[in-house]
Design a protein. Structure first.
Length: 326
């Protein structure tokens, strides 16, 4: 844009930051705390959320809100001893029993303004039982069978409730010794309106084991007996300039696709910019099929044509958003 002499009708600030949703010395959080003046913008566009789903139903989603991230350490300790003299008080068993309880537990179904609109629009483009179920969960008294059926789909389940899952596990120090210590990391994606501390207390109640401690693990790895009382970000007001530009450019790249507001099941840097008072819109032009969503996996990948299409999309989107009026 600069090489071709394009003159936007407003400043465009490009912030390239280290790490994802973190970066202790060069992340968005650090940048806002130390050099707010460099990125003090009217609004922010975040390409790390939203996205294009090219399989059916075909949608272009923009992040209107997101769930709150939370890691919790589940820890058991005891004196240990020789493995030839086992006792029921085994640190590994305590943690294993807690994780088994978590596996069977389902947080309650919830809706907010963003997910209600998302499901209402999806009901218009889905068909058959799934469309009927989407309409049924929007009723004043949501249909429990419809909720149960929709929960079988991983992506749908993730935006219907808080989710917590075991992601790391360690315990013991030798094959011939009773474990003196066992711990697991439980990763939670918390539905807006609930805090990390509220979910920590729910885990304590669910595990119901005085031999366990459940502590909140901060982004820097610090363990705390009390989680944050902060709750997920509220949706920003939808700007006509952003939405009109998004719809017009998306129609060129993906004709017939539906542009939808989504609640991001994961986390993004938007939580930092939103908390700093900068309305933030998660918009990405990279298409990833639902069955090939491998984010954070060791085999994470993006199709080559999807990558280059995403680059071209953002180039045209920014030009449409900042082209001076005639």
């Amino acid at each position: 844009m600069k090489k071709e002499g394009f003159v936007p009708n407003r400043d465009i600030i490009l912030a390239l930051t280290a790490d994802e949703e973190n970066g202790k010395s060069n992340g968005v959080d650090w940048l806002l705390k130390n050099h707010r003046e460099l990125i003090d913008a009217e609004f922010a566009l975040n390409p790390d959320s939203g996205g294009v789903r090219p399989d059916k139903p075909q949608i272009v989603g923009f992040e209107a809100t997101e769930k709150l991230y939370g890691d919790f350490q589940v820890l058991a300790t005891n004196p240990g001893g020789h493995s030839s003299l086992p006792t029921p008080n085994n640190a590994i068993y305590h943690v294993a029993n807690a994780l088994a309880a978590l596996q069977k537990w389902t947080f309650p179904f919830e809706l907010n303004a963003v997910t209600r609109e998302y499901f209402a629009q999806m009901a218009k483009i889905e068909t058959g039982q799934r469309a009927a179920d989407l309409r049924a969960i929007l009723a004043t008294a949501p249909d429990e069978k419809a909720v149960e059926r929709l929960s079988q789909d991983t992506h749908t389940n993730a935006v219907m409730r808080t989710t917590c899952v075991a992601t790391m596990l360690s315990g013991g120090h030798a094959p011939n010794a009773l474990p003196g210590r066992a711990e697991a990391n439980v990763n939670c994606r918390i539905f807006p309106g609930h805090s990390q501390e509220e979910i920590r207390l729910q885990l304590v109640k669910l595990f119901n084991d005085p031999q366990l401690t459940v502590r909140y693990r901060s982004d820097t790895g610090e363990l705390m007996d009390h989680g944050s009382d902060r709750k997920a970000m509220a949706p920003p007001p939808l700007r006509d300039d952003v939405m009109n530009s998004l719809r017009s450019v998306a129609a060129k790249f993906w004709p017939g696709f539906t542009v939808l507001p989504i609640m991001e099941a994961g986390a993004s840097d938007s939580i930092y910019t939103m908390n700093a008072g900068i309305p933030s819109y998660g918009i990405s032009g990279v298409a990833i099929e639902r069955a090939d969503d491998r984010a954070h996996g060791r085999d994470e990948r993006v199709k080559i044509d999807a990558y280059y299409t995403g680059v071209e999309f953002y180039y045209q989107f920014l030009k449409a958003l900042t082209t001076p009026a005639p």
